[in-house]
Design a protein around this ligand. Structure first.
Ligand code: GLU
Length: 306
């Protein structure tokens, strides 16, 4: 990608994103998240040659939230392989909200996919006996090429005090014998991983690693197996944007995952990693500016995979 053109396209995407910010709202169901600056916006694009393009609030730290589900899925797949992991969780879009419980109770003998809360809790229960939170923190630092990632204690405690719904999901999973781990430990690990502080740049780095098939663009070392990456990206494409995943796949055509902290990461096959921060969310919980920016970037740079 030509540097000049990329900067110009990023500038236009930022303008388009900014226009959308007033139409969304900052997540407030985790009280600490409501303190985010609604008008913050940052865009970072990392390229395979090591160059990084940034504009706006790319250095603000914010909690990774649902994007941690991608990290847990990577770890579970690397530890157990897909066959074992998908005994505990499905690989189909749910069409329901990220924290939905109803379809799990009525229709399924396992959560629909690893990108919704029930699925992530099930995935994490497969790794909890093998890795500690500290191991996962190091893993997140490695995948995001960001040694500055720490756990945001305020957000963690705030969510632990308001996560009755996730507890209910975990108890339901346990009652169905989908998880056999201790519910408190599972919720603690899940919530700690959601509370990791990242930047738009860390997300762009992680997305670039996935876009490069699991080989670190920084060291050339293989960090993830090819099969892990293929699985993770397929799940991101079909389930990564909550119940807006279908439309996003049609309009943008890039495997992407968002989180209610305002983060969004998109892996453009072989070409780039994109990280966006914008805490103003649409009604589905996706970064409202980021969705529009990804549409624009996809059009301007020809990023759609089909
Ligand atoms: N920690 C959040 C929750 O469990 C993550 C949700 C999200 O980002 O989608 O509600």
């Amino acid at each position: 990608m030509d540097a000049e053109r990329l900067r110009e396209v990023m500038g236009r995407a930022m303008e388009i994103g900014r226009e959308k910010i007033p139409l969304g709202s900052v997540a407030s169901y985790i009280p600490e998240l409501s303190k985010a600056r609604k008008d913050a916006l940052g865009l970072c694009i990392a390229l395979p040659d090591g160059s990084v393009y940034k504009t706006g609030d790319t250095n603000i730290r914010f909690t990774i939230q649902s994007i941690s589900k991608v990290i847990s899925l990577c770890k579970a797949l690397e530890l157990h392989g897909p066959q074992e992991v998908f005994r505990h969780v499905g690989m189909e879009p749910s069409g329901e909200a990220f924290n939905s419980i109803v379809e799990l109770d009525l229709q399924a003998n396992r959560p629909f996919n690893p990108m919704i809360n029930s699925g992530a809790i099930a995935v994490e229960s497969t790794i909890i006996d093998y890795v500690s939170f500290e191991d996962m923190l190091e893993y997140a630092r490695l995948l995001c090429n960001d040694s500055g990632i720490t756990m945001n204690r305020q957000v963690y405690h705030s969510e632990m005090n308001s996560c009755d719904r996730n507890r209910a999901i975990a108890y339901l999973l346990k009652s169905k014998e989908i998880i056999t781990t201790n519910v408190d430990n599972s919720i603690e690990l899940y919530t700690k991983l959601c509370s990791l502080n990242v930047t738009a740049e860390s997300l762009a780095n992680f997305a670039l690693l996935l876009a490069k098939g699991g080989v670190s663009p920084f060291t050339g070392e293989r960090l993830l197996a090819e099969e892990t990456v293929r699985t993770v990206l397929s799940i991101m494409l079909t389930c990564g944007m909550y119940d807006g995943s279908g439309r996003f796949a049609v309009e943008v055509g890039v495997p992407t995952k968002s989180g209610v902290g305002g983060g969004l990461m998109a892996a453009v096959h072989g070409r780039a990693g994109v990280g966006i921060y914008g805490p103003s969310l649409d009604k589905r919980g996706n970064c409202i500016a980021g969705c529009e920016m990804m549409k624009q970037l996809s059009r301007d740079l020809g990023l759609h995979m089909f």
